[in-house]
Design a protein around this ligand. Structure first.
Ligand code: VG1
Ligand code: CO
Length: 543
């Protein structure tokens, strides 16, 4: 095996965003682009040399080629063992599970998550260190700094072993182990949930419709829901992973999972509907004619956790990202456990999970997870719901209503303004930030402003600090607005406006979120001068 040292020049744009490096496929296709980033990781994570590396992706366009490149670079950089998902496939949570379970020094996950795939779509790469979670800011910044001064990368010239079947091979000094992408993950799920109880539920006629959106979770859902739990094969739709996701956004929300929504709002709707995203870390939960907001889902799981074997002993604490509704805060208060508020992005949960301070955590963006891995986990959330439905034997809508009756309802929506001119979006945020000091104590839309700030976070475990994480304006009538710019987009800027209104009165729990939140949405548009600064009167996507 020959090892080449290839001269290269830095690219200026390799700073990872909310979740890894995400760019248009055309950007990744530039010669040396992927190689520079991967070498930068090898350079700042010395444990990879002589260690184990996990490798896999969501199967999108470019996956195979990237896997081949990284295998050759791993061999050239002295990695002792690479564990690759068969066919180059690993969901994000399954990769996290393997990194932890196999004592790896880290892993590369190739995915741009819910962003569209195909030659005109997006590609992405994330590095997760030994705890199996997204690299914390200190690591991503070190990788970025390295990428700015890189002059060469190392790559082996060698024939690659077949990746389409399980087996153990040599690549120079490196062992390449091709594994079933589902096995370890499925075994972990079996330890957390009561599979017998779920089998019983399904045998009794309970119906589920799981939409894999032609993305990575198809094989996982088939194995776990159909083969292991006995759901009829038709329970998993769009189960075949496709490199372009069938031309759709593999994004589990009411806009992009249209087919599933039609099923769940149709006659004879199944008892549970669910969907996952491109890389399998997001989830959407639906009941018949009923949408569970991700913020509510987290709160319901927290309130019911002890019904499930993996969480029988209770929760150490919970956490949510700042824009996520405060529904889980009320559950934590009742349970007498800590509730942490972190910046957007799963990487901020890692230290809390590692330190044992929290057991469950989640984000409004259809992300829910626990200390079982260090990523959010779509199928896990679906199994959690299934298990608690099996334990309670009540319809999902009834469970949700009972939750609201007990804790109050947090009406919630996120409004996304996409494809904005980047400079205009930055100016909008800057102007909003500048107005914050003057807002405190003032009245907005008939309510007093109790808090107006730019969210900053000090990690309670390692003391690291993150600033400028989003503008929040809290009113004394239970309403809250949050504004931030997306850190995962690949074209222009996306403004996210998060709207929340707390309603304690059960007589007012059956209203339409859009109606309840319309005045707040109008207020948010006005406060941030959205129409004037962006030319947009309404959002492109509401979730
Ligand atoms: C979005 C979500 C954030 C999530 C991130 C990665 O980030 O808002 O909550 O952690 O995507 O999820 P942003 O910066 O665009 O708002 V995934 O499933 O795309 O890896
Ligand atoms: Co994802």
């Amino acid at each position: 095996m020959r090892i080449h040292t290839v001269a290269t020049r830095p690219f200026p744009d390799q700073r990872p965003g909310t979740s890894g490096l995400r760019k248009r496929v055309a950007v990744f296709r530039q010669p040396h682009y992927l190689e520079n980033f991967v070498q930068s990781v090898f350079d700042v994570v010395p444990e990879l040399a002589g260690g184990t590396l996990v490798l896999g992706g969501d199967g999108r366009y470019g996956n195979d080629e990237a896997i081949a490149t990284i295998l050759r670079m791993a061999a050239a950089n002295g990695v002792a063992r690479v564990i690759v998902g068969r066919g180059g496939i690993l969901s994000t949570p399954a990769a996290s599970c393997l990194i932890r379970g196999r004592g790896a020094a880290g892993g590369f996950i190739l995915s741009a998550s819910h962003n569209p795939g195909g030659p005109e779509g997006d590609f992405g790469i994330k590095f997760n260190p030994a705890n199996g979670g997204p690299a914390p800011p200190a690591v991503t910044e070190a990788v970025y700094a390295r990428s700015r001064e890189i002059t060469a990368y190392r790559i082996a010239e060698a024939e690659l072993p077949p990746l389409d079947r399980d087996g153990v091979h040599r690549l120079g000094e490196t062992t390449v182990e091709v594994v079933d992408p589902v096995a370890d993950y499925a075994a972990l799920m079996e330890r957390l949930f009561d599979f017998d109880r779920i089998r019983d539920l399904l045998r009794g006629g309970f119906r589920i419709c799981y939409d894999a959106m032609h993305a990575v979770t198809g094989p996982y859902a088939r194995r776990i829901l159909v083969d292991l739990l006995g759901a009829p094969p038709g329970s998993v739709i769009r189960a075949e992973p496709l490199p372009d996701f069938g031309g759709l956004h593999p994004d589990p929300n009411l806009t992009h999972a249209r087919e599933l929504v039609a099923v769940m709002w149709g006659a004879e709707a199944p008892d549970l509907g669910a969907a996952s995203d491109g890389d399998g870390d997001r989830n959407m939960i639906l009941g018949p004619r009923c949408f569970v907001t991700p913020s509510d889902s987290l709160a319901v799981l927290a309130a019911n956790a002890t019904l499930v074997p993996g969480y029988r002993d209770g929760l150490a604490g919970v956490a949510r990202s700042m824009p996520t509704s405060r529904a889980v805060d009320r559950v934590a208060e009742t349970l007498g456990i800590d509730c942490y508020e972190t910046p957007t992005g799963w990487k901020f949960f890692g230290s809390l999970l590692d330190a044992g301070r929290i057991t469950l955590c989640g984000e409004e963006s259809f992300g829910t997870g626990s200390d079982h891995v260090r990523e959010k986990d779509g199928l896990w959330a679906v199994l959690f719901w299934l298990d608690l439905l099996a334990a309670r034997r009540e319809p999902l809508p009834a469970i949700l209503r009972a939750h609201w009756a007990r804790f109050g309802r947090h009406y919630y929506q996120r409004h996304d303004y996409e494809g904005l001119d980047a400079a205009a979006a930055e100016e909008l945020m800057a102007a909003l930030r500048a107005r914050l000091p003057a807002l405190a104590g003032r009245h907005l839309g008939g309510a007093a402003v109790t808090l107006a700030d730019d969210f900053a976070y000090t990690d309670p475990v390692d003391g690291s600090r993150a600033e400028g994480q989003g503008v929040r304006i809290v009113l004394d009538d239970g309403a809250r607005m949050v504004f931030r710019l997306s850190g995962t987009g690949t074209a222009g800027a996306t403004l996210r406006v998060y709207l929340e209104r707390f309603e304690p009165d059960p007589a007012r729990h059956g209203l339409e979120p859009g109606e309840v939140l319309a005045p707040l949405a109008a207020l948010a548009r006005e406060v941030a001068e959205i129409p004037r600064r962006t030319g947009r009167e309404k959002p492109d996507v509401v979730t």
